[in-house]
Each structure stands twice: as C-alpha cells, then as structure tokens.
Ligand binder design. Structure first.
Ligand SMILES: [Cu+2]
Length: 160
C-alpha cells in the first residue's frame, strides 16, 4: 500500500511557497560571515608544557550558521577545535577531549569556548608567552574561507 502525505490547504501553500523562493539570497548569505569575537584569552602554561588552549565567545549576528573550522598562530605547530568528552558516571567518570572538524556558531547565536568545554587546542608550542603577553592568532570560519585576525592576551584565568 502506498501512503500518501496529505497536506492541508495552508500546508500545501507553504510547501509550494518554499519551493518557489529564489535561492539567490541564500547564496549571497554564504559569503557573509557575521561573526565577532568577545573576551579571547590564551592560557599561560609552564615551559614544560607542549600545548595550551585558547578560549573566547563567538557571536553570530547573521541569519545563517557559521563554523569555526580551525586557527593558527606562529608560536605553535597547529591549532585544532576540540570538544570535552565525559565517559562513565560518578567517581568512575573520565573526562577527556576530542578533535572535531568544526564547531558550529548557530544563526543569531553564540559559541562559547571555555575551560572544561569547547576549546581551540594549541599544540606543539614553540614559545611559552607569559601572563600579560599578547599573541597574534587567526581563526578560520566557514562558509567563505573567512579569517579573523586577533591579538589574544595570555592569562592564567578567564577574562572578566
Ligand atoms: Cu584539547
């Protein structure tokens, strides 16, 4: 038996309207990443450490989602978006982290990078900037191969 989906007259009208909408405005929006960065900071780490992390709040004022796909800095070999993972429960819970291809910044929303949460992992440190220093740091966003150049303060604790 073939099931047919029956749309109410208004449902049918909305469906048709969706199909008729020109795609041009969406294609335009693809290239417009409307993301700003608030309160970025890099964690100051001792010289024995091989890696550190960068945190910030990304605010998307656009009507399309954007993706944080990577970052780079001259003081490290590589930077990767990561999520914090939790396995098991109670006292046996193990907290770890995992690299991801991208972190989404929802349309008209924010992506929070913070200790014990999403972060940008800075790996293979070639320098260990001290608290109070500023680091040149570039984040990469999609769509549109968009880059934002930042000067990020090095701190031991979050920016207030
Ligand atoms: Cu990490």
């Amino acid at each position: 038996m073939v099931k047919s989906v029956r749309l109410s007259p208004i449902g049918y009208w909305l469906f048709t309207l969706t199909l008729l909408l020109p795609s041009a405005p969406f294609a335009l929006a693809d290239d417009q990443v409307a993301v700003t960065v608030q309160r970025p900071w890099m964690r100051a780490v001792p010289n024995v450490m091989d890696s550190t992390a960068v945190y910030m709040v990304l605010v998307n004022s656009g009507s399309a989602p954007a993706q944080l796909v990577g970052a780079s800095t001259a003081i490290a070999d590589s930077v990767a978006p990561m999520i914090t993972t939790k396995e098991g429960e109670g006292l046996k819970q193990v907290v770890g982290m995992k690299g991801v291809d991208a972190l989404e910044i929802p349309a008209h929303g924010t992506l929070v990078l913070e200790p014990n949460g999403n972060h940008l992992m800075v790996m293979g440190l070639k320098e260990h900037p001290k608290e109070g220093a500023q680091v040149d740091f570039t984040i990469k966003l999609e769509p549109g191969d968009h880059e934002i150049h930042l000067k990020i303060p090095v701190q031991k604790k979050p920016v207030k």
